[in-house]
Design a protein around this ligand. Structure first.
Ligand SMILES: C[S@@+](CC[C@H](N)C(=O)[O-])C[C@H]1O[C@@H](n2cnc3c(N)ncnc32)[C@H](O)[C@@H]1O
Length: 464
């Protein structure tokens, strides 16, 4: 196919792709003069729209395009409220009204399950948020080499959009970020250049407990806050103390690694403590800068509530929580079962889960830091067969080995919490030969204005 970059064409948007961008197609002659279907990706469009686009670049077997003019507008289209919307990669569906987003998420889950042979009638309507803005309790902003602080441009990890506002982050988190941004400019500090591996400031991680109000600011830098930087660090402490009383943890974290991750080789507590206190579903959690915790706390509390409702834990039962993280589900379930065992890969999360259980006065838990694929056998041998099992794997799903091991262990009820309907459906199929039936699927919108959807589901062993 000849290069069609820069060509303008008209396209009907039929579907959305797996990342939430519009998809359509048109016909073109190929080099041999035969008609060839061109598959086009059109960001910021909606199903049912007709759009004039300019072709940008090839993307695997498709062409990425830029919308120029919406010729037929979807009745669900709205004016995106955020000034960064067109460029920022944070939330790609701000041009879609919220009920349209929720309906799409429900239909998408139904379609995936139906495709795998399940009854789509088991899928309930997606539970949305009453106010779908300022819902995130954690953000990671990046410094450009010039010292601008903001989010990455969509599809371009080298470009930073200087932050003016963010409509999905908690509002006081944005205020605290702006104080740091101003401080960087006033001291003319340089950002880090990842191509040259030079410069000082890399990222700013902001996390806040919506329950206690406490904020953590963690600045990742390539040098210690010493020598000439000491004065600047002292000034940051003074500004934050005066203007952001909710900041209970102000950290300077050294990271000299080439890898561009928010990790630390040496931690400096500039002010306050090295953790913040949070609460979820009535349980207390301590969060360090590297603790994984659900990022939409209001909706995550609903996930816990739904998991309890579907799992029906009993005081006589044993339970396993696979991929347990810091114990978001383990703690409320442990309160309602005889004994609970959690498995999780990340050691620091397991340390947190143990401490969280202790902080909440739970003495019937045990936690194992291990890859689930290996840890599950070990746990089943030492702990015995559970009546109830909760599983909340990463996006890739649990995989056949883990699912078949669960199937052989024959827990009566499995609560499967998923952030990816596709991998959920695949894992579910692995359970079929072991006599399980899918009973109910509840989608929950944890990330409004993005294509992500979370599921809480219940799978039961058929009566013999
Ligand atoms: C979706 S999170 C769920 C965490 C927890 N249930 C919660 O709600 O906070 C998935 C978890 O699986 C863990 N994980 C990823 N791969 C793993 C593996 N192979 N074995 C065990 N845990 C794993 C991650 O560290 C993460 O904590």
């Amino acid at each position: 196919m000849k290069n069609i970059k820069g060509e303008t064409m008209t396209v009907d948007i039929k579907h959305l792709d797996h990342k939430g961008s519009g998809r359509g197609s048109t016909w073109r002659e190929n080099d041999e003069g035969n008609p060839k279907k061109l598959r086009l990706i059109v960001p910021q469009t909606l199903p049912g729209e007709t759009v004039k686009v300019t072709v940008d670049r090839p993307d695997r077997k498709k062409w990425r395009t830029n919308p120029q003019e919406i010729l037929t507008t979807s009745p669900e289209r709205v004016e995106p409220p955020c000034p960064h919307f067109e460029k920022c990669g944070g939330c790609i569906w701000q041009h879609w009204n919220y009920s349209g987003q929720l309906n799409y998420k429900t239909a998408h889950v139904k379609q995936i399950l139906e495709h795998k042979g399940y009854d789509k009638g088991l899928v309930r309507e997606t539970i949305g948020m009453e106010d779908p803005w300022h819902y995130r309790n954690k953000m990671e902003f990046t410094f450009s080499p010039e010292g601008d602080l903001g989010l990455h441009e969509q599809g371009n990890f080298r470009k930073i959009i200087p932050l003016e506002t963010c409509l999905i982050a908690g509002e006081t988190m944005v205020d605290a970020t702006m104080v740091v941004s101003e401080w960087v400019k006033d001291h003319q500090l340089e950002g880090y250049d990842k191509d040259l591996h030079e410069g000082l400031l890399r990222h700013l991680m902001v996390r806040q407990s919506f329950a206690t109000g406490e904020i953590m600011l963690a600045l990742f830098a390539t040098k210690a806050p010493e020598g000439p930087l000491q004065q600047a660090a002292d000034d940051l402490v003074a500004r934050i103390t005066e203007r952001c009383p909710n900041v209970k943890s102000l950290l300077w974290l050294e990271n000299t690694d080439w890898a561009d991750r928010a990790q630390s080789e040496k931690d400096h507590v500039l002010a306050g403590r090295d953790f913040i206190n949070d609460e979820m579903a009535g349980y207390r959690f301590r969060l360090w800068f590297d603790t994984f915790f659900q990022t939409n706390p209001l909706q995550a509390a609903k996930l816990v509530e739904l998991a309890l409702e579907m799992g029906q834990p009993k005081k006589t039962e044993k339970m396993i929580d696979l991929f347990c993280g810091v114990g978001t589900f383990s703690l409320p379930f442990a309160d309602r079962v005889k004994e609970l065992a959690g498995i999780e890969l990340v050691e620091s999360s397991i340390e947190s889960a143990k401490r969280n259980a202790e902080d909440n006065g739970l003495s019937n838990t045990r936690f194992l830091a291990k890859d689930a694929r290996k840890g599950i056998d070990q746990m089943l041998e030492s702990f015995g067969k559970p009546e109830l099992l909760l599983i909340d794997p990463p996006r890739s799903g649990a995989g056949g080995k883990v699912m078949r091991r669960i199937g052989r262990a024959q827990p009566q009820r499995i609560v499967y919490v998923s952030c990816n309907p596709e991998s959920f459906a695949e894992d579910l199929q692995e359970l079929e030969p072991f006599g399980y039936t899918l009973k109910e699927v509840q989608p929950v919108d944890l990330f409004p204005h993005t294509f992500h959807v979370e599921l809480v589901t219940i799978i039961e062993l058929k009566e013999k």
